[in-house]
Design a protein around this ligand. Structure first.
Ligand code: HEM
Length: 218
């Protein structure tokens, strides 16, 4: 890649935009999943409606392309960062900018979240195909699979760890995107910081509530 898109700033832009696509998806996914608190039928009918049309293929293609691009830019930026550090800061300088733990561990968080997403798709999308009938329509019983999966304490703990990490990753990622877009200065700064934090906490807690609820009530 050459030119602006190949530059560090260009790659940060691309990471921000592809990250925001996923940020929108996870918020919608979390909100839709809350239907599990209404009833199994409501949850299954929602899943059935989403997967019945062709729109799902468009959404899946956009998500996969966004994820590949996001990971590709992340690897490239991490490599550049390491090289720059080795040549310029062999000895860590005093008074270096303090960087938060969330920021320094973005690559590790991202790798774990990627592993989580792959296992998650194998577990649910390609998991056992139970069937149910809602209002006379035969459809997949995803609620039954969810209840079954979250009977295992190990699964619940794995989800909790990954969802907490996701909360950090989203908070920091959304904040960095605002920064890359040049919005983190002036009067917006505090408001955008709070927005990133609120967003990360809402998504993480909304998701965490689901395995916990299913584990406790069943
Ligand atoms: C408590 C947490 C979560 C639960 C209970 C949950 C549940 C589900 C279920 C049941 C499906 C299957 C949908 C279907 O095939 O019709 C699914 C698909 C998926 N989930 Fe999750 N999910 C959770 C968290 C997440 C998170 C945190 C991410 C991403 C970071 C994620 C990404 C995906 C993706 C990419 C798919 C595939 C969507 C597609 O078919 O295109 N999920 N999830």
């Amino acid at each position: 890649m050459s030119g602006f898109l190949g530059s560090t700033v260009g790659k940060k832009y691309i990471m921000g935009i592809t990250g925001l696509i996923w940020a929108g998806f996870v918020l919608a996914h979390m909100a839709g999943n809350l239907l599990i608190f209404v009833s199994s039928d409501a949850y299954n009918a929602y899943g059935h409606a989403l997967t019945s049309g062709n729109l799902i293929y468009v959404a899946e293609t956009v998500l996969v392309l966004a994820l590949i691009t996001h990971v590709f830019c992340a690897i490239s930026l991490t490599k550049n960062n390491r090289e720059a550090k080795q040549s310029r800061y062999a000895v860590s300088a005093k008074g270096q900018k303090r960087v938060s733990l969330a920021s320094r561990t973005m690559a590790v968080q991202g790798s774990l979240i990627l592993a989580f997403v792959i296992l998650h798709i194998i577990t649910f999308k390609y998991g056992t195909y139970y069937e149910t009938t809602v209002n006379g329509v035969v459809m997949r019983d995803l609620a039954r699979l969810m209840v079954e999966v979250f009977q295992s304490p190990a699964y619940v703990v794995w989800y909790l760890v990954c969802l907490i990490l996701l909360g950090f990753h989203l908070t920091h990622g959304v904040g960095s995107t605002f920064q890359s877009l040049g919005l983190m200065n002036g009067s917006y700064r505090d408001g955008l910081r709070k927005l990133s934090l609120t967003y990360g906490v809402v998504v993480a807690l909304g998701f965490i509530a689901q395995p916990l609820y299913l584990f406790i009530i069943h």
